[in-house]
Write a protein that binds this ligand. Structure first.
Ligand code: ZN
Ligand code: ZN
Length: 560
């Protein structure tokens, strides 16, 4: 840089009135990759910079300071001055900046500009737009861009699959991957990482395994991104041993790889394994990020390691890391699981930011379990003020009253829910059979094998009842008779999925179910009983964690 400033000074003293000459553009190029502020200042002093000069500085910002909005600001100046006109490189750079910052409105403006200037059909601009919409989770708009592209390359594909995977539209991501194969487009590492991530979202283990083989067979470079996606997929699909195996074999591990493994152990309730991995990460001098710390704290929470959790919390605060809402949530969860409700309550009251509804719900569940009705009532009031339209709150509060047999208050809460027109999110569970994901929602009998499923469920219900199970009818909200409530419980989506698993597979195949909500207490009890009566291992991933049911017991030790 010192030499460069000397050369720059030399050019200025020798030919001060020259516009952006060849030599100055060279100075700009070098400065853009050494000292971006210097380059930006230089650009602002050039009387009429070329589009090349603008692009150079934009790219410099993207590579040196990707979190700064300067490329967007430069683009504004360019558009306002109308000269020089932006070219495809300019648009790609400013869109990249919009993606980095998830600057949705700004990106939309750039899109309009691209359409108006006739550059939207360019492959380079098109893929940049796709990446931008995928990053902003606007998959519908991304799809529109994709459909309108005159030609598409593997990058465009990959971007679209990545977008679908990011918003959890796994079936769409997989559908697009199949379309890509049909058209003979060879996937690259980025495509494979995205599509494997999609399998992680829906828990499609067989498909994930098939993709793993595909990567090996096709000689696709098994780079860090693909391997990390595999670690994450196996962990989220319930195969934690396999995930750990791939992870251990990685020649080098970045923060994303370490975090995936730690979070994987945490959701399986393997607290000690998660903490050992974290210690190894520290020894390897890899700086933990916000996701790693969520993994560490939730590992302590799910593993019942209260003292360790506190220790990590203090060292995190001492290291000057500003805790996020999720970190606070993990800590409250940790204390609540250990039934230290008073302390959790204190902790929440001392938070420097207002706690979110999820934190209040964690506290409420804990109050309910410990029969601390006074505090529970207080929290219930906060919750209904904060989120009057969330069905989960009403269900939780009414079940708190049900647990102390206060039927009057319970029905009042239900009435309130009805009056305000709050609808519960329907429970939905999926199970993968022969590479196809079958989805079931509560009381939905539209599946082609519905008659057989009913038959299996009837038999299971009889055997479970015979084993002495008392249905927890208080968890059913509808206004119906007790017999009807029992029937309603047997239509919960996870039971339909488990019944389908019993129908279509034989031991020792593990029945793996993914559910969008928390598992209700009655389904949890029933699944435990089924695992014993039928001698089947059943793994249920609910919204929070994994439950591994073996021989009448669950790995969560009945706290979830
Ligand atoms: Zn249930
Ligand atoms: Zn469990």
């Amino acid at each position: 840089m010192r030499l460069l400033t000397q050369i720059h000074a030399h050019i200025l003293t020798r030919s001060p009135l020259l516009p952006l000459s060849f030599s100055l553009s060279k100075v700009l190029c070098f400065a853009a990759y050494r000292d971006i502020r210097y380059a930006a200042t230089l650009l602002s002093h050039i009387p009429s910079p070329t589009v090349f000069a603008y692009n150079t500085v934009m790219r410099g910002f993207l590579s040196q300071a990707p979190s700064l909005p300067h490329p967007i600001l430069l683009f504004r100046i360019l558009v306002r001055n109308k000269l020089p006109p932006a070219n495809t490189f300019t648009l790609a750079s400013v869109l990249k900046c919009c993606s980095n910052l998830a600057a949705f409105q700004e990106g939309r403006q750039v899109h309009k500009h691209a359409v108006a200037s006739g550059l939207a059909g360019n492959l380079f601009v098109g893929t940049s737009l796709l990446n931008f919409y995928a990053k902003c989770e606007a998959v519908d708009m991304g799809r529109k861009v994709f459909d309108e592209m005159p030609e598409r390359n593997v990058v465009a594909w990959s971007a679209m699959i990545g977008g679908y995977a990011r918003v959890g539209m796994a079936n769409e991501a997989l559908g697009m991957f199949r379309e890509m194969q049909r058209r003979g487009v060879e996937p690259d590492e980025m495509t494979m990482a995205s599509v494997i991530s999609a399998c992680a979202v829906i828990g499609a283990l067989d498909l994930g395994k098939w993709l793993h083989t595909y990567v090996d067979k096709k000689g696709i470079k098994n780079d860090l991104e693909v391997s990390t996606a595999l670690v994450n997929m196996y962990a989220k699909c319930g195969c934690i041993e396999k995930a750990s195996h791939i992870f251990e074999a990685l020649p080098e591990k970045d923060v994303k790889a370490w975090s995936s493994m730690i979070v994987g152990f945490a959701i399986h309730g393997l607290g000690h394994e998660a903490l050992t991995t974290f210690a190894k990460m520290e020894a390897a001098k890899v700086e933990p990020d916000h996701v790693t710390l969520i993994g560490v704290l939730s590992a302590c929470a799910h593993g019942g390691l209260v003292e360790e959790g506190r220790k990590y919390w203090s060292s995190m605060v001492e290291a000057g890391i500003k805790p996020s809402m999720e970190h606070y949530g993990c800590m409250v969860d940790l204390l609540c699981r250990a039934d230290q409700v008073e302390e959790a309550y204190e902790f929440v009251n001392q938070m420097p930011v207002a706690p979110n509804p999820a934190i209040w719900r964690t506290l409420l569940v804990s109050c309910k379990r410990n029969k601390m009705l006074e505090k529970g009532k207080l929290i219930a009031e906060y919750l209904l003020q904060l989120e009057p339209l969330n069905a989960e709150n009403y269900i939780l509060i009414s079940s708190m009253y049900a647990s102390v047999s206060d039927w009057v208050k319970m029905s009042r809460v239900r009435m309130q829910m009805k009056e305000r027109g709050v609808k519960a999110v329907p429970g939905c569970s999926s199970i993968e059979i022969d590479g196809y994901v079958h989805e079931f929602s509560m009381g939905d009998w539209s599946h082609p094998d519905a008659t057989d499923i009913r038959e299996v469920l009837r038999e299971v219900a009889e055997r479970v009842r015979g084993a002495g199970h008392e249905p927890w009818i208080a968890s059913v909200l509808q206004n119906m008779s007790d017999a009807e409530k029992q029937d309603a419980l047997w239509e919960h989506s996870e039971r339909l999925a488990i019944a389908y698993g019993l129908l279509k597979t034989k031991a020792p195949v593990v029945i793996r179910v993914v559910k969008n909500l928390r598992v209700c207490i009655d389904c949890h009890e029933v699944t435990k009983t089924i695992s014993k009566l039928y001698g089947r291992e059943i793994v249920v991933r609910d919204r929070i964690r994994f439950h591994k049911f073996v021989d009448g017991a669950c790995s969560c030790r009945d706290i979830w």
